[in-house]
Design a binder for this molecule. Sequence first.
Ligand code: AP5
Ligand code: MG
Length: 220
Amino acid sequence: MTRYLVLLGPPGVGKGTQAKIISERTGLAHISSGDLFRENLKNQTELGKLAQTYMSRGELVPDDVTIGMIRERLSRPDCKAGAILDGFPRTPTQADALEAMLDEFNGHVDAAPFITGDEDVLVERLGDRWTCRANGHIYNQKSNPPREPGICDFDGSELYQREDDKPETVKRRIHVYLEQTSPLIDYYRRRGKLIEIDGMQTIEQVTQALVSALDIQSSL
Ligand code: AP5
Ligand code: MG
């Protein structure tokens, strides 16, 4: 069965952390628009250089560029069974474009889990985040530290702090989220897809809440 999930929630609430866990359990592809932009930047593509000018300011990359990138990613073979979308859509225009795209692939958004969190906790979490250079594995020096400081448990690559995790940029990202992305909460609620999940619990508790709300079999 094809299944497309849209993870909603403010910066730092745990979308990437949970998407990686749910992707492993279900075999659904994990598509993070932020990771795709960062990969493009690492490879110094034109798209990466363009995206960086927006990301470093905490602003959204323009819709047309973002939609084109996601369309290409969703058409790859590993998305045949569906995907977990993390960070896309982020505007109503992107959400409409996603509906049209999935129509082409004979699919639709099955559910939109909305992970909620308090602003002060988000700023603190992002200040403590360390990200793996090779594959974007996510750590936190307080809540989810690596076994060895500065080194990824999974692939041994270097951990770094994202440039946009500085407190001023995080505040801007939260503002942009509230202005441009939060209308998607109603967008998916009106379509009967929204599932609210309390993101202020431990990582394991949030996973458990997602697993039961999405009816994911633990054997998967
Ligand atoms: P993106 O990379 O998507 O960043 P974001 O949405 O701001 O979200 P984050 O990745 O910061 O947070 P997260 O929710 O994934 O939290 P995480 O799991 O890491 O986007 C970056 C930029 O790219 C944007 O600003 C924009 O410029 C551009 N962009 C991306 N998509 C776009 C789009 N569609 N359109 C236009 N522009 C776009 O967790 C955070 C920390 O908390 C970690 O340290 C983690 O270990 C810890 N943690 C997680 N869960 C818990 C928990 N339950 N308890 C304690 N700690 C926890
Ligand atoms: Mg993320």
